[in-house]
Write a new protein. Structure first.
Lengths: 116, 112
C-alpha cells in the first residue's frame, strides 16, 4: 500500500537557520511521483515541486532544495536561511503513474514556525 | 486570471442540513478533486472526476455527493448523513495525466 510519513509534526527555528523537513514514502510501484506543497495560514495549498521516480538528481530553487534518495525511500526538503514568510504547514505527497485517478497520497504535514 | 475559486470561504450550518460547496476553475483542466482536511491531518480524497459527467468515490465518500455537469464546475454536497462534517474542504484540478494538482483557497465548514 502507498503511504507517506512525515514524522516531524512541528519544527520551530529562528530566522536564518537552515531547516530540513523529512518525508519517507512507501510504494510497490517502480514509477511514481513525489510532490511537496506549502500551506500558509490562508489555507490554500501551493505547489512547490514534483519529482519522478527515475530522476534522483537533487534540485535547488533559490533557498529551497530537495534531496531524493530511492535507496532510503526519502524525499527531504531543505530551506536555507529560513525567513518568517516560510512559516507554514508543508506536505509531502505521492502519486503512482498509471493509476486511473492520479490520486495524491498526503503525509500528515509538518508545521514549520520561523521565529524572527 | 486563471485559477480555482471556492466559495464561500467560511460556511456555517445546522446539523441535519445539506450544504453545497462550490468549486469553479477556468484553467481548462479535465480532472477535478475534492479533499477534506482535519486538524493535524493530511488531506483525504472524497471524490474525483476525470471528465465531464463522470466521477468516482475517493477514500471517504460516505455522506458526500458531487456532480460534474460542466468542465469548469465540480460542486460538493455535504449531506446530513455525514457524521462529522466540520472540516476544511479543498478543491483541486489537474491539467494532464501526470501533472501536479492545483488547489483552490478552501472552504471551512462548521456544523453545529
Amino acid at each position: 500500500a502507498q503511504k507517506v510519513t512525515q514524522a516531524q509534526t512541528e519544527i520551530s527555528v529562528v530566522e536564518k537557520e537552515d531547516v530540513t523537513l523529512d518525508c519517507v514514502y512507501e510504494t510497490r510501484d517502480t514509477t511514481y511521483y513525489l510532490f511537496w506543497y506549502k500551506q500558509p495560514p490562508s489555507g490554500e495549498l501551493v505547489f512547490l515541486i514534483r519529482r519522478n521516480s527515475f530522476d534522483e538528481q537533487n534540485e535547488i530553487s533559490g533557498r529551497y532544495s530537495w534531496n531524493f534518495q530511492k535507496s532510503t525511500s526519502s524525499f527531504n526538503f531543505t530551506i536555507t536561511a529560513s525567513q518568517v514568510v516560510d512559516s507554514a504547514v508543508y506536505f509531502c505527497a505521492l502519486s503512482e503513474k498509471g493509476g486511473a485517478t492520479n490520486k495524491l497520497i498526503f503525509g500528515t504535514g509538518t508545521l514549520l514556525a520561523v521565529q524572527p | 486570471d486563471g485559477g480555482i475559486t471556492q466559495s464561500p470561504k467560511y460556511l456555517f450550518r445546522k446539523e441535519g442540513q445539506n450544504v453545497t460547496l462550490s468549486c469553479e476553475q477556468n484553467l481548462n483542466h479535465d480532472a477535478m478533486y475534492w479533499y477534506r482536511q482535519d486538524p493535524g491531518q493530511g488531506l483525504r480524497l472524497i471524490y474525483y472526476s476525470q471528465i465531464v459527467n463522470d466521477f468516482q468515490k475517493g477514500d471517504i465518500a460516505e455522506g458526500y455527493s458531487v456532480s460534474r455537469e460542466k468542465k469548469e464546475s465540480f460542486p460538493l454536497t455535504v449531506t446530513s448523513a455525514q457524521k462529522n462534517p466540520t472540516a476544511f474542504y479543498l478543491c483541486a484540478s489537474r491539467p494532464g495525466e501526470i501533472d501536479e494538482q492545483y488547489f483552490g483557497p478552501g472552504t471551512r465548514l462548521t456544523v453545529t
